[in-house]
Each structure stands twice: as structure tokens, then as C-alpha cells.
Design a protein. Sequence first.
Length: 232
Amino acid sequence: MKKIIGISMNRQQGQNPKNFLDHSYVKAVLAAGGAPLLIPNIGEAYAQEYIKNIHGLILTGGSDVTPFYYNENPHGASGPFCRPRDVMERALYREAIKAGIPVLGICRGMQVIASFEGGSLIQDIPTQYETDMIHVLPGAPYATEHFAKAVEGTLLSSILGAEERIINSIHHQAVRELPKGFTASMYARDGMIEAMENKEAGVLALQFHPERLHADETDYLKLFQWLVKEAK
């Protein structure tokens, strides 16, 4: 039987809200041997039922996390926010940890985990972090690339290796303060945290987007294979 991997969906605000998801997440889970289950933003009351029916969870990229979750007011360059999504993903994450199923956070997903676990975020890298590196382009296609290196001895290094590699980068926010119990497992050359993990809890979070890389860079598929293998 295929292991079912829940994937949180993005939500477009407005008069007629829409749940949507980049299909690359689905393709990555399928390529890793899992069965994807898309989870819409329908309210925290449903989180427990979803977690009962999945074996692993992916928290995906998207809009900024509401800064109230890490005790800050919004910065002028942060947003847009989506409180319904924040509420749903917080409930999904908490239920997943309670159930002991593995969690993979990607981009916003890493920021979600940091925020909900007591960490904090850089709300806007260009104005709040001194660096000569570009972490997101100002216009389409937004993605850029830069070097990053996994920390030896971490879960991430056991999956991808500890050599320096090129990752894709599409974020104007990042983790500032690590949550208690988490370890930084990848850094960019400018010191930016590009991945964090809590190995004991089965949580791995990445600031980059491996779902967009797995087809061309086959070792990135190992991240989704790890999730499927650990799925319970």
C-alpha cells in the first residue's frame, strides 16, 4: 500500500477564495513512491481528521506568515498574509507532531514551523539583513540561485551530503532565531539559515524548493524519499 503524504495547499484571498497548489509538489511525491493528498484550508477543526489519514506531511511555500505568531508587528515590506492558512497549517503541524508523523517544511513551510515553535523571522531580507547575496529576484521568474552547504552530522547531510551545492532561492524572509530543539542544518555563504531540523521529532525544513529541482537534479528527490520512508 502506498504511503499517503498530505500536502498543504495555498489559498488565494478575495471574494471567492481559491485553494491551489504548484503541481511540482505532487510530481515529487509521486516520484518518491508516495500517494499525495492535497489538504485545503477549511479550518483547524479538520486538521485532526486529515492527520489520522496520512502518513507524512509537507508544509508548502506561499505567502508570508502573519508576524503576530512570533510576537512582532508587520514590517512595511512583509505580506500579503493569509490568516486562514496560518490557522490551518498550525493545527496540521501540531497534530502531526502529536501523532509522530514526519514533517517536511518547504520555504514558507520552514517559516511556519519556526514561527509556531517559538522562533522568529527576518521579515524582509533586503532591509533587515546585511548581505550582498540575492535571495529573490524583484520580478518574474523571482527564483535565483546561490551556494549553500549542509552542516556535517545533520539529518540533511546524511540525505544530501555535506558538500557545498547550488540551491534555488525564492524568499524575501528567513529564519532569524531558531526554535528550541531545532538545529540549523544548512547555511548560505552569507550566513543565512537555509535549512533546520529536529531529528528526534522527525521534522526537516528547507528554505529552498527541492520540488522544482528533483527532475533535473536527481539527488533532491532523496528529500521526498526520506519523507516517504519515514512516513508511518
